[in-house]
Write a protein that binds this ligand. Structure first.
Ligand SMILES: Cc1cc2nc3c(=O)[nH]c(=O)nc-3n(C[C@H](O)[C@H](O)[C@H](O)COP(=O)(O)O)c2cc1C
Length: 231
């Protein structure tokens, strides 16, 4: 082999090696991305299918000062209707699951203005009050899945929720909490509910910041789908 052909054959070999390497590394990168995506999906918590007749329970106490939820108040206007924040989330859950709605109502009305509502609710906490409820679930035995929603008040559930959990035994039922809040999410409320209703099958709840209520529908939809609703 003369020098020219030796040079040519080395050059061709190098080109082949380089091309194979370049292709292999590109393929490798593409596969890693795909594998990452698969492992990210596999890492999602397994869907826990929830089945049965649904009841959507909620407590709300919309404030009358402030304009709407984007200005920090506790009410939202949707489809021309005025909702308390938690009431709005309850309505979406009911719409998407076909569940019946049930509002927890108290014998006494809570003040609408922010400062008075803060004071009144704090007095109830200090007194460990169990406010009298005036609404009652008819035929609880017909329901298998109970969503229970409330605003976070003072890093806890409002006291009417304690009256509510005192009044019913959810043994054997699936209990799914949700709340609206201004930053504290559930605080310890999910644990408190599990302790109050030891016989219930608790599902992971959904906490929605009042700042994000306008875009909450997608989060609610995804959360419900993970539990098998709407599939
Ligand atoms: C008396 C009271 C106490 C509150 N305490 C908290 C709190 O501790 N942490 C928090 O994140 N939000 C707190 N908030 C904000 C409410 O959770 C939030 O505005 C909620 O979306 C109100 O829901 P509603 O319109 O259904 O009543 C409080 C609001 C009120 C009126």
């Amino acid at each position: 082999m003369n020098k020219a052909s030796l040079f040519l054959s080395v050059a061709v070999s190098l080109a082949v090696v380089f091309t194979v390497y370049a292709y292999a590394s590109r393929t490798c990168t593409a596969e890693s991305v795909t594998n990452d995506r698969i492992s990210a999906e596999a890492a999602q918590p397994a869907a826990v299918p929830v089945k049965g007749k649904v009841l959507v329970v909620y407590f709300t106490s919309p404030e009358t000062d402030g304009v709407d939820t984007s200005s920090g108040a506790s009410r939202i206007v949707a489809d021309g209707k005025l909702y308390g924040n938690t009431e709005y989330v309850a309505a979406l859950i009911s719409q998407k699951t076909g569940g019946d709605l049930f509002q927890i109502k108290t014998a006494h009305a809570y003040p609408g203005t922010h400062k008075e509502l803060l004071d009144a609710s704090k007095r109830e906490i200090d007194a460990k009050a169990r406010p009298k409820l005036t609404s009652h679930i008819q035929r609880l035995k017909d329901y298998d899945v109970i969503f229970v929603g409330f605003p976070n008040w003072w890093y806890d559930m409002p006291m009417p929720l304690y009256s509510f959990f005192d009044a019913y035994d959810f043994t054997g039922k699936t209990l799914i909490p949700f709340c609206t809040h201004a930053g504290s999410r559930f605080s310890q409320a999910e644990k408190t509910i599990a302790a109050l209703e030891k016989g219930a099958k608790m599902q992971k709840g959904l906490a929605i910041s009042r700042k994000n209520l306008g875009e909450a529908e997608t989060a609610i939809q995804n959360w419900l789908q993970r539990m098998g609703f709407g599939k």
